[in-house]
Structures are given as C-alpha cells and as structure tokens.
Design a binder for this molecule. Structure first.
Ligand code: PMP
Length: 429
C-alpha cells in the first residue's frame, strides 16, 4: 500500500532523531523501499525504479530470485537460523571449498565474517602477525571499511573518521589516475611512475619490514577509479623483492562483476596472498570473508571464531548465489552489458563537457563530473542523482570529491535495461 508523504517525513524525522548524524542518506527525500523484483525496486509511495546501484553492489543477481529465496527458505524451515559456529555447518564448508578453489590461491583457506570491514580487519591481523610488523602500504583514495584498522587504511578523509590507527600506514599512488600527477602519462609510463613512487615510499618513508600492501583492483567508494592492467603486476614484483604480502580487497570487484575476470586482481595476472570479499556474495544477506594462503591463515595460534560469520542462513544463501552466478555465466553478461554501458556513456560524453571521464570495467562504471576548468563538480553529481531518481533510475555517487556517478546494476541486467538507463542518463546529463 502506498504511504502518505507525511508518514515518510515522519520516518525521516525519527531516523534523524535516533541515528548518528553522520549516517548519510541518499536524496533530499530519502527512499524507503517496500518491495523489489528483478532489477526493479518499489518505494513506499508506490514508485518503481530501475536499480543501477544494487545496494552498493550487494545485489549481484537482483531481487526476488527464486533459486536463492527457495534455498534460504528451506534452511529457515529446518529451524536452524543459527546455533553456533562451534558446530559443523555443511553449507559453510561447501561454500569455503568453492571459494578456495575459485580463488586460484594455492592451498587456500577461508574464514567467514559478516562484512567487508571485518574481512579486512582479519586480513590485516593475519598479515601483521605473519610478518611481525605493523607497517602497511595502502593506496590513496582507497576505502576498506569502518573499523579502527580498516578506516585507518582508508585514504579518503570523508570516510575515515579517526586519525588514530593501530597500524602504521604509508600511502602510494596508483588507484586514482584521473587526478594524479601522472594523469596524462601513457599506461606504461603511468605504471613506471607509480612503481617508482612505491619504491621510494618503501625505502624512505617506512621503517622497513613492511607487513603488506592492501589495494582495491578498482576503487569502489573512490569513484570506480580504474588503474591500467599491469599496475599490480609491476607492484607485485616490487613487493616480492621485499617479502611484502599483497592483499586484494575484492569486496566490490569480486564474483565476475568486472566482466573479463572473476576477481578484479586477475586482470593483472596477480595471485595475491589473500583476498577479502563481501557484498555480492550474499545477494543481500550479510556475509564477508577472507581467503588466504594456508600458512598465512594459520599463522595465528589463538582460538578465533565469529559468532555469526558463516552462519547457516548466510552461507546457504551465498552458496545459492554463487551457483546461480556460475551456472548462468553472469560474468559474461557483466562483460557484454558493461561494454554497452561504457560505449553508450562515451557517446553521451562527446557533446557534454561536464563529463570529464568515463571509466570502469564490466558492471562497475564511473562517470566523473567536472566544472569548466576540469575541477571536481560534486553539485552536478548530486543533481544527476536527483534527476535520475525523478526519472525512475537509481544510481550511486562516489569519489574523493563526491563528483563521480557510479553505475553497478545487478549482473543479470538486460540490454533493454541498459538502454533505458542510458536514455535517462543522457537526458539528465
Ligand atoms: N572494502 C571495500 C572495497 C568496500 O567497498 C567496502 C564497503 N563499501 C568495504 C570494504 C567494507 O565493507 P562493509 O561495508 O561490508 O563492512
């Protein structure tokens, strides 16, 4: 049933009274969703939207997918929503086996958490313990979560609330090319410049014996900033020289979303020591985790479990999601639809100087909006967000300056839906 606008206003007032003031909501009149199906969501006022942000990439497949809902329902029917991770859980073991195999990491082991933040926290704990060092390399413009350690390796002040840190972080170039000092370099020269920066940072600003580098293959919150293929190949050679571990944060780039590869880092031909994941795996359920080399995973000796991490409902839903992704080759669809989306946006950009950059891979597509002198234009991005919503399209926003539109529909998106979104975006832009 449609709700009257006043009821919606009331919920917003109640939200503001009881939730932290830094808990940001999209839109001047925030949306409350009432139902969803396929790639479309319907709000409490009865308005339906095509969803091109998919819950910040949580909805890998889309909404109300029978195979996934049925699997979760049959788990609920057993009565075991969760008891304890101190008992054997069949779906958890099966999911871990699948992820270990898909990871390409030799002798891989998996630990489940409830979120990407916890996954990165765990990976940092493993790497710092393994190397007996608290020194970590991270990329400028990164986002890794909101725990004490994961916010410390987040290179974006807008998302990193505390200046205190349990790890010693050194920042390197590489992720965000569009506004880097090496912006206009060729791919090869860009990689060379970033590698030189990495070496300089290791040699002159760290105290030596760095534990690890952590990086997103494509920076998510950072505005789908996409480095050239080969950057992490070159980084990995340097890291190997120093014995520094490499952790790939695949929270946004995993599960085939980038189209060409199942994991973001595979586009660089790199096998990391660990990967962290979350978001899309649950298709809306809370699940995350770390997959790591066995010796790295087993380097801590203390007992450690997560009360809910790997619980029967989340792992059953995740297993159904993963099977659906693989059985329907959604990676290939992501590649095809992503190309269409990027091509369409580049055409739109031709006679729109406000579009400074169209970038991305597969179904992670960023549109950076700029002012007359090429400066970041966050107001324009906010306007596009509102304008798209008015026309029935949900998109995301991001970037260091909040001036990047982020497009990441469910990986089941169709050609017609891509055309529909392009029509609306062309209109709004
Ligand atoms: N890493 C990346 C790359 C992310 O995009 C996010 C979430 N936006 C996180 C980690 C944190 O995940 P969560 O919000 O599930 O804790």
């Amino acid at each position: 049933d449609a709700m009257s606008p006043t009821e919606g206003d009331q919920l917003l007032t109640r939200h503001r009274a009881v939730m932290p003031k830094w808990l940001a909501l999209y839109y001047e009149n925030p949306i409350e969703l009432a139902s969803a199906s396929g790639r479309r969501v319907t709000d409490r006022d009865g308005r339906t939207y095509l969803d091109f942000f998919a819950g910040i990439l949580t909805n890998a497949i889309g909404y109300d997918v029978a195979e996934i809902s049925d699997a979760i329902r049959s788990q609920l029917a057993t009565g075991v929503l969760h008891t304890s991770t101190l008992y054997l859980i069949r779906s958890q073991v099966e999911l871990a086996e699948k992820i270990a195999e898909l990871s390409g990491i030799p002798d891989a082991k998996v630990f489940f958490t409830n979120s990407g933040t916890e996954a990165n926290e765990t990976a940092l704990m493993l790497a710092t313990q393994f190397r007996r060092s608290d020194q970590v390399l991270a990329l400028r413009n990164s986002y890794h979560g909101r725990s004490f350690a994961s916010q410390a390796i987040t290179g974006n002040r807008g998302w990193s609330a505390s200046s205190l840190s349990p790890v010693k972080v050194s920042w390197v170039h590489g992720g965000y090319r569009f506004r880097s000092p090496f912006k206009d370099y060729s791919d090869a020269d860009y990689i060379k410049a970033c590698v030189a920066d990495l070496r300089e940072v290791i040699e002159t600003t760290t105290a030596g014996d760095v534990a690890c580098m952590i990086a997103e293959p494509i920076q998510g919150v950072g505005g789908f900033a996409t480095p050239p293929d080969g950057l992490f190949t070159a980084f990995k050679e340097v890291l190997d020289e120093y014995g520094i571990l490499f952790i790939s944060d695949e929270v946004q780039t995993g599960w085939g979303r980038i189209g060409s590869h199942f994991w973001g880092i595979q586009a660089h031909g790199v096998v990391p020591d660990a990967m962290t994941f979350a978001k899309g795996l649950g298709n809306g359920l809370a699940i995350g985790g770390v997959v790591a080399r066995g010796d790295l995973m087993d380097c801590i000796t203390a007992n450690s479990i997560s009360t809910f991490g790997g619980n029967p409902v989340s792992t059953t839903g995740a297993l159904a999601t993963l099977n659906f992704l693989l059985d329907n080759d959604l990676q290939q669809n992501a590649e095809k639809m992503g190309e269409r989306l990027i091509d369409g946006l580049r055409t739109i950009a031709e006679d729109r100087p406000a579009v400074g950059d169209v970038r991305g891979k597969g179904l992670m597509v960023g549109v950076e909006l700029v002012g007359p002198a090429g400066e970041p234009d966050p107001k324009k991005a906010a306007g596009v967000l509102e304008g798209a919503r008015e026309r029935g399209l949900l998109v995301g926003k991001g970037g260091l300056y909040g001036n990047v539109i982020r497009l990441a529909p469910p990986m089941t998106v169709t050609e017609e839906e891509v055309e529909e979104a392009l029509g609306i975006l062309g209109d709004v832009l």
